[in-house]
Design a protein around this ligand. Structure first.
Ligand code: DGY
Length: 328
Protein backbone atom coordinates (compact mmCIF):
# COMPACT_ATOMS: atom_id res chain seq x y z
CA UNK A 1 0.00 0.00 0.00
CA UNK A 2 1.40 3.45 -0.88
CA UNK A 3 1.60 5.94 2.00
CA UNK A 4 -1.51 8.07 2.47
CA UNK A 5 -1.25 11.84 2.37
CA UNK A 6 -3.55 14.82 2.83
CA UNK A 7 -3.47 17.92 0.63
CA UNK A 8 -5.16 20.45 2.91
CA UNK A 9 -6.03 23.10 0.33
CA UNK A 10 -6.80 23.20 -3.39
CA UNK A 11 -3.67 23.08 -5.57
CA UNK A 12 -2.80 22.70 -9.25
CA UNK A 13 -4.31 19.41 -10.58
CA UNK A 14 -0.98 18.39 -12.19
CA UNK A 15 0.65 18.46 -8.76
CA UNK A 16 -2.07 16.20 -7.36
CA UNK A 17 -1.51 13.88 -10.33
CA UNK A 18 2.21 13.77 -9.55
CA UNK A 19 1.56 13.05 -5.89
CA UNK A 20 -0.79 10.21 -6.94
CA UNK A 21 2.16 8.50 -8.64
CA UNK A 22 3.59 7.97 -5.13
CA UNK A 23 0.76 8.18 -2.65
CA UNK A 24 -2.88 7.61 -1.92
CA UNK A 25 -4.02 11.23 -1.87
CA UNK A 26 -6.97 12.90 -0.16
CA UNK A 27 -7.58 16.41 -1.51
CA UNK A 28 -9.71 19.40 -0.57
CA UNK A 29 -11.13 20.37 -3.94
CA UNK A 30 -13.64 22.81 -2.42
CA UNK A 31 -10.72 24.63 -0.79
CA UNK A 32 -12.55 24.83 2.53
CA UNK A 33 -10.43 26.20 5.37
CA UNK A 34 -10.84 23.27 7.74
CA UNK A 35 -11.00 24.08 11.45
CA UNK A 36 -8.38 22.24 13.55
CA UNK A 37 -10.78 19.44 14.48
CA UNK A 38 -11.66 18.72 10.87
CA UNK A 39 -8.00 18.86 9.82
CA UNK A 40 -7.22 16.38 12.58
CA UNK A 41 -10.08 14.09 11.51
CA UNK A 42 -8.82 14.09 7.92
CA UNK A 43 -5.25 13.40 9.02
CA UNK A 44 -6.23 9.97 10.42
CA UNK A 45 -3.84 7.43 8.93
CA UNK A 46 -1.92 9.99 6.85
CA UNK A 47 1.88 9.93 6.71
CA UNK A 48 2.20 13.31 5.02
CA UNK A 49 0.48 16.67 4.89
CA UNK A 50 0.82 19.29 2.16
CA UNK A 51 -0.53 22.59 3.42
CA UNK A 52 -0.26 26.38 3.55
CA UNK A 53 0.64 28.86 6.26
CA UNK A 54 -3.01 28.76 7.35
CA UNK A 55 -3.23 25.33 8.99
CA UNK A 56 -2.16 25.24 12.62
CA UNK A 57 0.39 22.46 13.18
CA UNK A 58 0.95 22.21 16.92
CA UNK A 59 1.86 19.62 19.53
CA UNK A 60 -1.79 18.65 20.07
CA UNK A 61 -2.26 17.84 16.40
CA UNK A 62 1.07 16.02 16.18
CA UNK A 63 0.32 13.96 19.30
CA UNK A 64 -2.99 12.90 17.81
CA UNK A 65 -1.14 11.60 14.70
CA UNK A 66 1.99 9.68 15.65
CA UNK A 67 1.96 8.17 12.11
CA UNK A 68 2.61 11.60 10.55
CA UNK A 69 6.13 11.82 9.07
CA UNK A 70 6.17 15.07 7.05
CA UNK A 71 4.42 18.45 6.96
CA UNK A 72 5.28 20.32 3.77
CA UNK A 73 4.23 23.93 3.29
CA UNK A 74 3.79 25.64 -0.06
CA UNK A 75 4.61 29.00 1.57
CA UNK A 76 7.87 30.48 2.79
CA UNK A 77 6.35 31.69 6.07
CA UNK A 78 5.83 28.93 8.62
CA UNK A 79 4.76 30.73 11.78
CA UNK A 80 1.77 28.34 11.90
CA UNK A 81 4.07 25.37 12.52
CA UNK A 82 5.51 24.46 15.92
CA UNK A 83 8.87 23.38 14.51
CA UNK A 84 10.41 22.24 17.82
CA UNK A 85 7.32 20.06 18.40
CA UNK A 86 7.77 18.54 14.91
CA UNK A 87 11.46 17.93 15.52
CA UNK A 88 10.85 16.35 18.91
CA UNK A 89 8.50 13.85 17.24
CA UNK A 90 10.75 13.21 14.23
CA UNK A 91 8.32 14.92 11.82
CA UNK A 92 9.98 16.65 8.89
CA UNK A 93 8.74 20.20 8.29
CA UNK A 94 9.52 22.02 5.05
CA UNK A 95 8.64 25.35 3.47
CA UNK A 96 9.12 26.91 0.03
CA UNK A 97 11.88 29.50 0.29
CA UNK A 98 13.66 31.03 -2.69
CA UNK A 99 11.03 30.39 -5.34
CA UNK A 100 8.91 33.40 -4.40
CA UNK A 101 11.65 35.91 -3.56
CA UNK A 102 11.64 38.01 -6.72
CA UNK A 103 7.86 37.88 -7.22
CA UNK A 104 7.21 39.05 -3.67
CA UNK A 105 9.86 41.75 -4.02
CA UNK A 106 8.13 42.97 -7.20
CA UNK A 107 4.83 43.25 -5.36
CA UNK A 108 6.45 44.88 -2.32
CA UNK A 109 8.12 47.49 -4.47
CA UNK A 110 4.95 48.11 -6.47
CA UNK A 111 2.93 48.50 -3.27
CA UNK A 112 5.45 50.96 -1.88
CA UNK A 113 5.24 52.97 -5.11
CA UNK A 114 1.45 52.80 -5.09
CA UNK A 115 1.39 54.20 -1.54
CA UNK A 116 3.97 56.90 -2.30
CA UNK A 117 2.22 57.99 -5.51
CA UNK A 118 -1.32 57.55 -4.16
CA UNK A 119 -2.29 55.26 -7.01
CA UNK A 120 -5.31 53.53 -5.45
CA UNK A 121 -6.68 56.84 -4.23
CA UNK A 122 -6.09 58.41 -7.66
CA UNK A 123 -7.85 55.56 -9.43
CA UNK A 124 -10.83 55.85 -7.08
CA UNK A 125 -10.94 59.59 -7.78
CA UNK A 126 -11.05 58.99 -11.52
CA UNK A 127 -13.57 56.13 -11.40
CA UNK A 128 -15.92 58.11 -9.19
CA UNK A 129 -16.07 60.89 -11.78
CA UNK A 130 -14.31 63.54 -9.67
CA UNK A 131 -11.61 64.23 -12.28
CA UNK A 132 -12.57 67.40 -14.11
CA UNK A 133 -9.25 69.18 -14.72
CA UNK A 134 -5.46 69.10 -14.31
CA UNK A 135 -4.33 70.94 -11.21
CA UNK A 136 -0.84 71.65 -9.85
CA UNK A 137 -1.48 69.96 -6.53
CA UNK A 138 -3.86 67.21 -7.61
CA UNK A 139 -3.02 63.98 -5.75
CA UNK A 140 0.61 64.91 -5.25
CA UNK A 141 2.60 62.19 -3.53
CA UNK A 142 6.26 61.66 -2.72
CA UNK A 143 9.18 60.60 -4.89
CA UNK A 144 10.52 57.08 -4.74
CA UNK A 145 13.64 57.65 -6.88
CA UNK A 146 16.48 59.07 -4.85
CA UNK A 147 14.59 58.68 -1.56
CA UNK A 148 15.71 56.70 1.49
CA UNK A 149 14.43 53.12 1.46
CA UNK A 150 14.30 51.45 4.87
CA UNK A 151 14.09 47.68 5.08
CA UNK A 152 13.16 45.97 8.32
CA UNK A 153 14.16 42.30 7.90
CA UNK A 154 16.97 41.91 5.39
CA UNK A 155 16.48 38.29 4.31
CA UNK A 156 16.11 37.14 0.72
CA UNK A 157 13.03 39.26 -0.02
CA UNK A 158 14.39 42.29 1.82
CA UNK A 159 17.59 42.15 -0.21
CA UNK A 160 15.62 41.75 -3.45
CA UNK A 161 13.61 44.88 -2.62
CA UNK A 162 16.81 46.72 -1.70
CA UNK A 163 18.29 45.76 -5.11
CA UNK A 164 15.29 47.22 -6.89
CA UNK A 165 15.55 50.42 -4.89
CA UNK A 166 19.31 50.91 -5.05
CA UNK A 167 20.04 49.74 -8.58
CA UNK A 168 16.80 50.69 -10.32
CA UNK A 169 15.71 53.84 -8.51
CA UNK A 170 18.89 55.31 -7.06
CA UNK A 171 17.58 54.98 -3.52
CA UNK A 172 19.72 55.17 -0.42
CA UNK A 173 19.22 51.89 1.44
CA UNK A 174 19.11 51.56 5.22
CA UNK A 175 18.26 48.31 6.93
CA UNK A 176 17.80 46.71 10.29
CA UNK A 177 18.00 42.98 10.79
CA UNK A 178 18.82 40.44 13.51
CA UNK A 179 22.33 40.31 12.09
CA UNK A 180 24.34 42.51 9.79
CA UNK A 181 24.91 41.29 6.21
CA UNK A 182 28.42 40.46 5.03
CA UNK A 183 30.06 43.48 3.45
CA UNK A 184 30.03 41.72 0.07
CA UNK A 185 26.21 41.82 0.15
CA UNK A 186 25.95 45.35 1.55
CA UNK A 187 28.36 47.19 -0.68
CA UNK A 188 26.84 46.60 -4.17
CA UNK A 189 23.65 48.16 -2.75
CA UNK A 190 25.37 50.79 -0.65
CA UNK A 191 23.20 49.40 2.14
CA UNK A 192 23.81 50.69 5.66
CA UNK A 193 22.99 48.65 8.78
CA UNK A 194 21.35 50.88 11.40
CA UNK A 195 19.50 50.41 14.66
CA UNK A 196 15.73 50.17 14.49
CA UNK A 197 15.09 53.69 15.81
CA UNK A 198 17.39 55.20 13.17
CA UNK A 199 15.67 53.17 10.49
CA UNK A 200 12.27 54.45 11.59
CA UNK A 201 13.46 58.05 11.86
CA UNK A 202 15.37 58.27 8.58
CA UNK A 203 13.34 56.17 6.11
CA UNK A 204 11.21 57.89 3.49
CA UNK A 205 9.74 54.54 2.54
CA UNK A 206 9.86 51.76 5.11
CA UNK A 207 9.23 48.19 3.95
CA UNK A 208 8.63 45.34 6.41
CA UNK A 209 9.89 41.94 5.33
CA UNK A 210 10.65 40.19 8.60
CA UNK A 211 9.22 36.79 9.60
CA UNK A 212 6.40 36.74 12.12
CA UNK A 213 7.08 35.30 15.57
CA UNK A 214 6.27 36.20 19.16
CA UNK A 215 9.36 38.44 19.03
CA UNK A 216 8.17 40.37 15.96
CA UNK A 217 4.54 40.75 17.12
CA UNK A 218 3.69 44.45 16.81
CA UNK A 219 7.28 45.27 15.87
CA UNK A 220 5.68 48.41 14.47
CA UNK A 221 3.15 49.89 16.87
CA UNK A 222 2.28 53.37 18.14
CA UNK A 223 5.76 54.03 19.58
CA UNK A 224 7.54 53.06 16.35
CA UNK A 225 5.08 54.97 14.14
CA UNK A 226 5.71 58.05 16.28
CA UNK A 227 9.38 57.97 15.24
CA UNK A 228 8.59 58.03 11.51
CA UNK A 229 8.57 61.12 9.31
CA UNK A 230 5.12 62.61 8.65
CA UNK A 231 5.93 62.28 4.94
CA UNK A 232 6.96 58.61 5.19
CA UNK A 233 5.21 55.54 3.83
CA UNK A 234 5.01 52.09 5.42
CA UNK A 235 4.66 48.89 3.38
CA UNK A 236 4.06 45.43 4.84
CA UNK A 237 4.45 42.36 2.63
CA UNK A 238 5.54 40.06 5.47
CA UNK A 239 2.81 38.98 7.89
CA UNK A 240 -0.12 40.47 9.68
CA UNK A 241 0.63 40.95 13.35
CA UNK A 242 4.02 42.55 12.70
CA UNK A 243 2.13 45.84 12.52
CA UNK A 244 -0.41 46.96 15.11
CA UNK A 245 -3.18 47.67 12.60
CA UNK A 246 -5.23 49.84 14.99
CA UNK A 247 -2.18 52.01 15.75
CA UNK A 248 -1.36 52.25 12.05
CA UNK A 249 -4.91 53.29 11.19
CA UNK A 250 -4.73 56.04 13.83
CA UNK A 251 -1.35 57.27 12.52
CA UNK A 252 -2.68 57.34 8.94
CA UNK A 253 -5.92 59.07 9.91
CA UNK A 254 -4.04 61.75 11.85
CA UNK A 255 -1.47 62.05 9.02
CA UNK A 256 1.37 61.23 11.41
CA UNK A 257 2.67 59.21 8.46
CA UNK A 258 1.67 59.90 4.88
CA UNK A 259 0.55 56.56 3.50
CA UNK A 260 0.76 52.79 3.76
CA UNK A 261 0.65 49.76 1.52
CA UNK A 262 -0.54 46.53 3.11
CA UNK A 263 -0.68 43.05 1.63
CA UNK A 264 -1.10 41.33 5.01
CA UNK A 265 -3.24 42.01 8.07
CA UNK A 266 -3.81 41.01 11.65
CA UNK A 267 -6.71 38.49 11.59
CA UNK A 268 -6.80 38.36 7.79
CA UNK A 269 -8.93 37.93 5.76
CA UNK A 270 -10.67 40.33 8.18
CA UNK A 271 -9.29 43.84 7.69
CA UNK A 272 -9.39 46.34 10.55
CA UNK A 273 -12.48 48.49 9.80
CA UNK A 274 -10.55 51.70 10.49
CA UNK A 275 -8.15 50.87 7.66
CA UNK A 276 -11.02 50.33 5.23
CA UNK A 277 -12.19 53.89 5.83
CA UNK A 278 -8.90 55.54 4.90
CA UNK A 279 -7.88 56.72 1.44
CA UNK A 280 -4.14 56.91 2.21
CA UNK A 281 -3.64 53.16 2.46
CA UNK A 282 -3.44 50.68 -0.42
CA UNK A 283 -4.97 47.36 0.62
CA UNK A 284 -4.23 44.06 -1.13
CA UNK A 285 -5.51 40.55 -0.30
CA UNK A 286 -2.19 38.80 0.48
CA UNK A 287 -1.07 38.42 -3.14
CA UNK A 288 2.68 38.96 -2.67
CA UNK A 289 3.62 35.69 -4.36
CA UNK A 290 0.59 35.47 -6.64
CA UNK A 291 1.89 34.95 -10.13
CA UNK A 292 1.11 31.79 -12.08
CA UNK A 293 4.77 30.76 -12.39
CA UNK A 294 5.59 31.42 -8.75
CA UNK A 295 2.53 29.71 -7.33
CA UNK A 296 3.37 26.67 -9.50
CA UNK A 297 6.92 26.73 -8.18
CA UNK A 298 5.72 27.02 -4.55
CA UNK A 299 3.30 24.09 -4.80
CA UNK A 300 5.88 22.11 -6.77
CA UNK A 301 8.45 22.71 -4.05
CA UNK A 302 6.05 21.41 -1.37
CA UNK A 303 5.36 18.30 -3.47
CA UNK A 304 9.10 17.71 -4.04
CA UNK A 305 9.67 17.88 -0.30
CA UNK A 306 6.81 15.53 0.50
CA UNK A 307 7.78 12.96 -2.13
CA UNK A 308 11.41 12.97 -0.98
CA UNK A 309 10.51 12.83 2.71
CA UNK A 310 8.24 9.81 2.33
CA UNK A 311 10.24 7.88 -0.26
CA UNK A 312 13.65 8.00 1.39
CA UNK A 313 15.03 10.92 -0.64
CA UNK A 314 16.54 14.21 0.47
CA UNK A 315 13.86 16.93 0.73
CA UNK A 316 15.17 20.08 -0.99
CA UNK A 317 14.08 22.68 1.57
CA UNK A 318 13.65 21.19 5.04
CA UNK A 319 13.15 23.54 8.00
CA UNK A 320 14.35 20.93 10.50
CA UNK A 321 16.89 18.85 8.53
CA UNK A 322 18.10 17.37 11.81
CA UNK A 323 15.18 14.90 11.74
CA UNK A 324 16.72 13.40 8.58
CA UNK A 325 20.04 12.62 10.22
CA UNK A 326 20.54 8.88 10.68
CA UNK A 327 19.97 7.90 14.30
CA UNK A 328 22.29 5.53 16.21
C1 DGY B 1 4.35 32.98 2.13
O1 DGY B 1 4.85 32.21 1.30
O2 DGY B 1 4.61 32.91 3.33
C2 DGY B 1 3.42 33.99 1.61
O3 DGY B 1 2.95 34.83 2.58
C3 DGY B 1 2.28 33.34 0.85
O4 DGY B 1 2.19 34.06 -0.32
Amino acid sequence: MPPRILVARAVFPEVVARLREHFEVETNDDDTEWPSQELSRRLQGKAGLLCTAGERIDATLLDAHPQLRAVCLMTVGYNNVDVPACTARGVLASNAPGVLTETTADLGFALMMAAARRMAEAEGYLRSGQWTKWRYDLLVGSDVHGATLGILGMGRIGQAIARRGALGFGMKVLYHNRSRLPEADESPLGARFVDKATLLRESDHLVLVLPYSAASHHAVGAAELALMKPTATLTNVARGGIVDDAALAAALRERRIAAAGLDVFENEPQVHPALLELSNVVLLPHIGSATEATRRAMVGCAADNLIAALTGGMPPTPINPEVLAPRD
